[in-house]
Design a protein around this ligand. Structure first.
Ligand SMILES: *[C@@H]1O[C@H](CO)[C@@H](O)[C@H](O)[C@H]1NC(C)=O
Ligand SMILES: *[C@@H]1O[C@H](CO)[C@@H](O)[C@H](O)[C@H]1NC(C)=O
Length: 400
C-alpha cells in the first residue's frame, strides 16, 4: 500500500482533466480505505480478545497464587505447632530417660551422677601420688573449654527460675528454688538429691534475708549472696555448717547506678561465681553497657581487682567463670539455643577470636543460672524448671 500512494498521486497530477479518471481514483481509494478499516476492525477485535484472555489469565494466576499462599501459611503453622510439640516430647523423653536410666548401656566415662565416687577416687590417687599433683593443678590453671560434651537432665523443680550448685570442697548439693526466697535445701550428695522426692530428704537452711535473682554461690562451706537494700547492695557470707552470718560487705556499686547483670534474667543484680581461683562477682553499671568482673577475697569479701569484660549485657542470660575466664551465654527473647558468644580472660591468654563458639546441646527455655564446679568440670544449670548437668571438655590455653 505504501508504494501505491505516490503512484496514485502521480496519476492524479497527470490525469486531472479526466472526470472518469478522478471518479475511478475515488472509488479505488474508497475501496482501499474500506479494506484498511476492515483489517483494523479485525485487529481491534483480536487485540480485545487477547486483552480479555490476558485479564482472565492474570485473574486465574492471582487466584492460584492466593491459594498457594494460603496453603503455605497453613503448612507453616502446622510445622510450627509440630516443632513445639516435638520439643515438648523431647524434653519429656529426656526427663523420663533420666528417671529410668538404661543401666546396661551406661558408659562409665560419661556417668555424670557418680562424680562423687570419681572425685573420691581422684582424691585417693592424689594422696597416693603425693600432694604435688593436687597443688599444681590449681596453681597453673590453664584450662579453657573446648566443647560441651554431654548433658543430663536430673530433675524438675517447681519454680521456672532458680539456682543449684555443689560445694567443690564438701560435695554437698544446694538448691535455691526461686529468685526471692530465703530457704536453701542442702543434700549430702547428688545421688541423695536424685533419690529425694522434692526436697523431702534435704536439710533446709534459712538464710538471714532473701536472696535476689540467681546470683548466689557456694564456696568452701559458705553461701555467698547479694541482698538488695534500699540504697546499697550487700554481699552476705553465711556459714552453712553452723548456720551463722560469717561476714557482710557493701558492694561498691550503688543501687541507683547498677543494672541487672544479664538483660534476659533481670532479677539478678550481681552474679557471684566460684572457680579454681576463688570467688568472682559479675555486675553491670549504668555507665558501662557491658558486664564488669570483680575478683573477691572469699575470706574478707574485699574486692581485689576489677575489669570491664566488654561483653554486652543485652541478650545475655547467664555467665560462668572457669580458670579466670568469663564465658557469657547469650540467647534471644524467644528462647532458642543458648551459646557462649563472649569470653574474657583476666590473664589475657584467651581472646574472643581464639575461643570456640560454644552451643549448648539442645533447645530448651532460658538458663536462669549456670554454676561451674571446678572439681568435676561440670556446669550445674537451671533451665525453665529443669535441673541439668553439662559436662565440659577442656583444652589448654595458648599461653603467649
Ligand atoms: C519451688 O518454688 C515453686 C514456686 O515458688 C513452688 O511451687 C515449688 O513447690 C517449690 N519447690 C520445692 C521443692 O520447694
Ligand atoms: C561457726 O563456725 C565458725 C568457724 O567455722 C566459728 O568461727 C563460729 O564461731 C561458729 N559459730 C557458732 C555459733 O558456733
Amino acid at each position: 500500500m505504501t508504494t501505491a500512494v505516490p503512484f496514485l498521486l502521480s496519476l492524479v497530477l497527470v490525469l486531472t482533466n479526466g472526470q472518469y479518471y478522478y471518479q475511478g481514483l475515488m472509488d479505488y481509494l474508497e475501496n482501499r480505505f474500506l479494506a484498511i478499516e476492515d483489517r483494523m476492525l479485525i485487529w481491534h477485535e483480536q487485540s480485545n480478545r487477547y486483552n480479555t484472555e490476558l485479564r482472565h489469565f492474570k485473574k486465574q494466576t492471582a487466584e492460584f497464587i492466593k491459594g498457594l499462599n494460603q496453603d503455605h501459611g497453613t503448612l507453616r503453622q502446622d510445622l510450627e505447632g509440630t516443632g513445639v510439640r516435638v520439643d515438648r516430647v523431647e524434653r519429656e523423653m529426656d526427663y523420663i530417660e533420666t528417671q529410668n536410666p538404661a543401666k546396661p548401656c551406661v558408659n562409665q566415662a560419661d556417668r555424670m551422677v557418680d562424680v562423687d565416687l570419681e572425685v573420691k577416687e581422684r582424691v585417693k590417687e592424689r594422696k597416693r601420688g603425693g600432694e604435688e599433683d593436687g597443688y599444681s593443678r590449681v596453681l597453673d590453671c590453664v584450662d579453657i573449654i573446648s566443647s560441651i560434651r554431654a548433658m543430663k537432665i536430673l530433675k524438675r523443680m517447681g519454680s521456672p527460675k532458680g539456682m543449684w550448685t555443689k560445694d567443690a570442697r564438701t560435695s554437698k548439693v544446694y538448691v535455691f528454688n526461686g529468685t526471692a526466697e530465703d530457704t536453701v535445701y542442702q543434700f549430702s550428695s547428688v545421688l541423695d538429691f536424685l533419690s529425694s522426692p522434692g526436697v523431702a530428704h534435704s536439710r533446709p537452711i534459712r538464710l538471714p534475708s532473701l536472696w535476689s535473682g540467681t546470683g548466689c554461690a557456694v564456696y568452701n562451706g559458705y553461701a555467698y549472696y547479694v541482698m538488695e537494700g534500699a540504697d546499697e547492695l550487700q554481699v552476705i557470707k553465711y556459714d552453712l555448717a553452723n548456720g551463722t552470718l560469717a561476714d557482710s560487705a557493701v558492694f561498691p556499686v550503688e543501687v541507683a547506678d547498677h543494672r541487672p547483670v544479664y538483660s534476659l534474667n533481670p532479677e539478678t543484680a550481681v552474679d557471684l561465681a566460684a572457680d579454681e581461683e576463688g570467688l568472682w562477682a559479675l555486675y553491670t553499671t549504668r555507665e558501662s553497657e557491658s558486664i564488669n568482673l570483680a575478683k573477691m577475697d572469699p575470706d574478707s569479701l574485699d574486692i581485689e581487682q576489677m575489669w570491664d569484660t566488654q561483653c554486652p549485657q543485652e541478650n545475655a542470660e547467664a555467665a560462668f567463670v572457669v580458670c579466670g575466664t568469663v564465658y557469657v551465654v547469650y540467647n534471644t527473647r524467644v528462647p532458642s539455643r543458648s551459646r557462649v558468644q563472649c569470653v574474657f580472660d583476666v590473664n589475657d591468654a584467651v581472646t574472643n577470636e581464639e575461643a570456640p563458639l560454644l552451643y549448648f546441646p539442645r533447645r530448651y527455655g532460658l538458663h536462669a543460672s549456670l554454676k561451674y564446679n571446678p572439681q568435676e568440670k561440670q556446669i550445674y544449670a537451671w533451665d525453665d524448671g529443669y535441673l541439668i548437668l553439662y559436662k565440659l571438655s577442656m583444652t589448654r590455653k595458648l599461653m603467649v
